[in-house]
Write a new protein. Structure first.
Lengths: 110, 111
């Protein structure tokens, strides 16, 4: 089936360092969504990207959608302990149901 | 405040029992979804419903059943046919393919 690969699976960073997670697809995506799940919590919607080459920012978070709409990235500048969690990308291939990537688990070393 | 309420938060099931997980939303969303999450894993779609009285199987529907008699409610039954039901179950809703709103989840354990 259609899948989106997310890398890395795990990332450990010192507090204050930057962090990036990537989503890659072999087929063109109509849109990409990003979610954050805190340890023990539920996924929370962060953002949706729709346009080719789109870049959106939310404070220290920068989201990009590739020109070919086959990849996306989430970059966090100067990580803080509140950034701990698993970040998922997700997409719907032209239908209603959302398929999630495997996630990147971010841990922060104080 | 609008949102999704899942209950119970923790559920223990004996071998061979059916159990039903509740999901209620007051967001007036048409679409509702059930996902399963295993430790350290991503989310896999069990069932989804786009309108009342209609639902479709997701990627891992075997051993589960749902109903959608009201717009606000989308209960999930984990049947005895589900061989490995221990997991974290998440209900979500959405409108117009925008971002999903998730409930706080139910942790099901087979004892």
């Amino acid at each position: 089936g259609q899948q989106v690969m997310q890398i890395p699976q795990y990332q450990h960073v010192q507090e204050g360092e930057d962090f990036t997670t990537y989503c890659n697809s072999s087929t063109t995506l109509s849109n990409i969504q990003w979610y954050k799940q805190r340890p023990g919590g539920h996924p929370v919607f962060l953002i949706q990207l729709v346009k080719s080459g789109e870049v959106k920012k939310q404070k220290r978070l920068t989201f990009q959608f590739g020109e070919a709409k086959k990849n996306s990235s989430l970059h966090i500048t100067a990580t803080q302990t509140t950034d701990v969690g698993t970040y998922f990308c997700a997409h719907n291939f032209g239908n209603e149901k959302l398929t999630f990537g495997t996630g990147t688990r971010l841990t922060i070393i104080p | 405040d609008g949102g999704i309420t899942q209950s119970p938060k923790y559920l223990f099931r004996k071998e061979g029992q059916n159990v039903t997980l509740s999901c209620e939303q007051n967001l007036n969303h048409d679409a509702m979804y059930w996902y399963r999450q295993d430790p350290g894993q991503g989310l896999r779609l069990i069932y989804y419903s786009q309108i009342v009285n209609d639902f479709q199987k997701g990627d891992i529907a075997e051993g589960y059943s749902v109903s959608r008699e009201k717009k606000e409610s989308f209960p999930l039954t984990v049947t005895s046919a589900q061989k490995n039901p221990t997991a974290f179950y998440l209900c979500a809703s959405s409108i117009n393919r925008a971002g999903y709103t998730f409930g706080s989840g139910t942790r099901l354990t087979v004892v």
